[in-house]
Design a protein around this ligand. Sequence first.
Ligand code: FES
Ligand code: FES
Length: 155
Amino acid sequence: MAKLTLLVNGTERKVEVEAGEPLLSVLRNRLELTGSKYGCGEGECGACTVLIDGRSIRSCLMPAEAATGQKITTIEGLAPTGTLSPLQQAFLEEEAFQCGYCTSGMIMSAHALLAGNPHPSEDDILKRMNGNICRCGTYPRILAAIRRAAGGKKS
Ligand code: FES
Ligand code: FES
């Protein structure tokens, strides 16, 4: 076991981890931040997406020790006081989920997109969100939610 200090959602968290333990496992099982989901475990579905210094990454693939010294943001960090972020609110208003399993990963990927490109074209959104899979097929509503959050037209 190794002792790490991780900066998660603006707070330093001290945690013991196994060698090579994925960040997702540490977040979910050791820090009780269960908003990030385990889907494929192979970097293919996006359910585990979190931000590292503002960039979206697949936390199932990243060893937790590689995240030390960087700002980790999970879905819980987007609403620290309980008030939803504009993007989360847009997902709610567009009902952009069915089972919800993909939703936190979708929101984290979209959050990184909008942070770097506040007014993305439809093409920009599709390219960026391409690696996030929704088994329920709510893609049109997810697209509408991202457009709504970006100040585009409402559905
Ligand atoms: S669980 Fe990480 S990409 Fe699927
Ligand atoms: S809402 Fe069920 S997987 Fe996307």
